[in-house]
Design a protein around this ligand. Sequence first.
Ligand SMILES: [Cu+2]
Length: 160
Amino acid sequence: MRKLFRSTSPTLLVAFAALLFAGFGCAKKPSEPPKEIKITADDKMKYDLTAFEVKPGQQVSVTLTNVGTSPKASMGHNFILLKQNTNVQKFLDEGSMHAAQDYIAPEFANSVIANTKLLGPKESDTITFTAPFVPGDYVFLCAFPGHYASGMHGIMTVKQ
Ligand SMILES: [Cu+2]
């Protein structure tokens, strides 16, 4: 009896592990496709969309396309979604010294919920993220120096 138990238990363990994996797989499966947001940015330092709404915890896919023609070094654009209570001015000031990091200062990396890369003319980037569970307004902006001041920012509202 004891010998039989010993020989079957590894099989049982494998079966149990498989069940666990199946369970996790189920839990992770998104219930609906992500909400798709498409934004363009141009040489006039403007987004064509400055406000959108999502549900708490919803999967969101943002595609930013730079429709301008100016070189990336002088007119790059990105989309950075910030956590609430981020000091935006400080984020921009510190970021301006980190061109190689797409203007996101390492000390502010934790303030970013999601971001596209910095895009040159005709480039596009899609990011997918989970919307915050806390309802409210979340700032998004372009961190290229001077662009926020020119109006390159908007609000993502999380609302049930
Ligand atoms: Cu920009």
